[in-house]
Design a protein around this ligand. Structure first.
Ligand code: CMC
Length: 430
């Protein structure tokens, strides 16, 4: 990387030159890597509000304009014209595949959909009422105990194998977590089905009955996967990069991403959002909840609203809203009360000064819960679906980091506000 120029930082009368780098799009960055060595100062940026933690060529977001692109392709075009596995290839390889590359990639993924039988048995060691995300975190980490031949991160072939195994096995792990929670037998993957249809099959079919995957619903799920596939340096992706920077096992790194995703401020918002809409219940109660969201003394927030990066309508939310209507129409669910609540809440919030001033718009999680609920998933599975989709993003970002010559172990510094040195106090004197 060549700097496009320099800026000057003056500390206590001394000036320091800092290089400025220009991205293809988005804000330029000031390079502070030598700041501590040259000035003795750290920068202070809790929550990384102004910090680019890496350089990347995978995903671009323009939060003010509401743009999201994977490798330069707008999310709207991918959601309409691509499919999830093709999008995975794009994220991992940087370009759209030609037909034979696509066929080879799909074959490579499909070949790995089974999980080790011993691993399937290890679900029994977990309580049946565990949250499915707890089960998925555990089982993704458990992959590192089963697939020893794909854990050498310095071997490109092993990295590829680990990537394909993760993408292929996530739906199997997730569906088994669901089946385990409801006491039904695990369903083996059917490699004759596409990625989303196979997941629906593993979740909803039974050995006792015939199950036909509805094509429209499977397409809707595939689109949900595309929308969630990557989102540049969010909390879970940064977690994966941070864990991977110590050259840790890839499966363990991805498991750390699943853990971070679980939180209600991140991927857990879809579950929290549906619970909120159910709690509101009827359209006439919407103003009461808007009032609560505005109240500084009330910790309540509108779930599915607001975003660190989008200060405009989240482009994924628009596509999700359309998908939601399509799913409800296909299933002939008319007058869904929760959808009415959601539409009214959105209408009022978008006209409300509090939300306008803070640029709070619906995010992807706002309509995804209603859609996934209609597809037949309980709310505890929503974040699991997000994790399946995001696995490819985590892997693409992890791979980019491992292959980056600038990569070093991530080691943030701190502003220490604790005690100065003091002598140990013996128990009898405390
Ligand atoms: N409801 C009410 N007020 C809100 C909300 C909300 N959902 N989100 C932000 N605010 C207010 C916040 O109180 C603050 O007000 P003030 O300036 O008066 O103190 C202001 O808006 C800025 O909020 P912030 O917490 O500083 O913003 P952030 O960038 O740190 O947080 C967020 C982003 C997504 C965590 C937050 O908007 C939030 O908690 N939203 C609800 C949870 C949610 O939907 N999360 C899913 C994110 S999208 C999926 C994903 O990519 O993971």
């Amino acid at each position: 990387m060549k700097p496009k120029g320099h800026c000057t930082l003056t500390i206590e009368g001394k000036s320091f030159e800092l290089p400025i780098y220009e991205g293809t799009e988005g804000p330029d960055v000031i390079d502070i890597t030598r700041l501590y060595r040259e000035t003795g100062y750290f920068t202070f940026d809790p929550g990384y509000l102004s910090t680019a933690s890496c350089h990347s060529t995978i995903t671009f977001i323009d939060g003010d304009k509401g743009r999201l692109e994977y490798r330069g392709y707008p999310i709207e075009q991918l959601a309409e014209k691509s499919d999830y596995l093709e999008t995975c290839y794009l994220l991992l390889e940087g370009e759209l595949p030609n037909q034979s590359q696509k066929d080879e990639f799909i074959e490579g993924i499909t070949h790995h959909t089974l999980i080790h039988e011993q691993m399937a048995k290890s679900y029994n060691g977990l309580q049946r009422d565990s949250h499915p995300m707890a089960v998925v975190v555990t089982m993704v980490a458990a992959l590192s105990a089963f697939y020893h031949d794909s854990t050498d991160i310095n071997d490109e072939a092993q990295r590829l194998l680990a990537s394909r195994r993760l993408i292929a096995k996530m739906p199997t792990i997730a569906a088994a977590a669901y089946k385990y929670s409801i006491g039904q037998p695990f369903v083996y993957p059917d490699n004759g089905l596409d990625y989303a249809s196979n997941f629906l099959h593993m979740c909803f079919s039974l050995p006792t009955e015939d199950y036909q995957v509805n094509e429209t619903l499977s397409k809707a799920l595939d689109r949900i996967f595309i929308l969630h596939a990557d989102h540049e340096q969010n909390a879970s992706t940064s977690t994966v990069r941070l864990a991977g920077s110590s050259e840790a096992n890839p499966f363990a790194c991805i498991s750390s991403g699943v853990t971070s995703l679980w939180g209600p401020a991140h991927g857990g918002a879809n579950e929290a959002c549906l619970n909120m809409l159910k709690e509101i219940g009827t359209v006439d109660r919407v103003p009461e909840f808007i009032k609560r969201a505005r109240d500084k003394d009330d910790p309540f927030r509108l779930m599915g609203f607001g975003h660190r990066v989008y200060k405009n309508y989240d482009p994924r939310a628009r596509i999700m809203q359309k998908t939601c209507h399509e799913v409800l129409e296909t299933l002939d669910i008319k007058d869904e009360p929760i959808l009415k609540v959601a539409l009214e809440l959105e209408r009022i919030a978008l006209q409300d000064d509090y939300f306008i001033e803070r640029k709070l718009y619906p995010n992807v999680d706002y309509y995804s819960g209603i859609t996934q609920n209609a597809l037949g998933f309980p709310s505890s599975m929503f974040t699991v679906l997000f994790a399946i989709a995001r696995t490819v993003g985590w892997i693409a970002q992890w791979k980019e980091m491992i292959e980056d010559p600038l990569q070093r172990i991530a080691r943030p510094r701190q502003l220490y506000l604790g005690h100065n040195t003091r002598d140990f106090i013996p128990m009898e004197e405390r």
